[in-house]
Design a binder for this molecule. Sequence first.
Ligand code: AMP
Length: 209
Amino acid sequence: MKLIMLGAPGSGKGTQAQRIAKDYKIANISTGDIFRDNIKRETPIGQKAKSYIDRGELVPDEVTCAIVTDRLSQEDCKGGYLLDGFPRNLRQAQKLEAFSAPDAVLYLETEDSILLERIGGRRVCRKCMGSFHISSIGDTTVCPVCGGELYRRDDDNPATLSARLDVYHRESAPLAGYYRERGILHTIKGNATQDEVYAAIKRVLDKLQ
Ligand code: AMP
């Protein structure tokens, strides 16, 4: 299965992607995670991406598409993949279609007010990349799943978040229409609990398999 997770920042893409990849045994590729890893290692890609990410803008398509096509060429993607955070605009979608057309797009539809609340209290684990909310974990800095260190993403601050949401509505949300026209869009209400959202996703994927 070749899958795309589409949804705004804070819609729960990353959390659901981790569960799907584990249960359906497909490679989980998060472009945001790849960029953050490159920034941490201070690679040329990381140095290039950082200023865009800090401003809440998209990293240029040439850089992003090259990373994704390279990643999709690796052995573990032969059995299927799940792209979390890519494509984020029409050009990226067209590039992907030419390289490796997706079978299904899972679109997590969530209202902005919920996104702001979720991201405002989001903590991410440096080790397992798990994502948690302070309303359930409190102010601990220890990941409840793997014991890694929890941190607040630099771009999860109110100013950058507002820029990211603008970019999402302007550039990424129109992709729902693009994939609906192709008959592969599956819309899932993202404002339910994680388990309810996952159950809805499973119903879609089990029919596709
Ligand atoms: P995410 O972890 O998916 O929220 O991504 C964090 C940041 O990485 C985004 O705000 C962008 O600056 C950058 N990024 C991630 N995926 C892409 C993409 N497909 N195209 C361009 N920039 C991206």
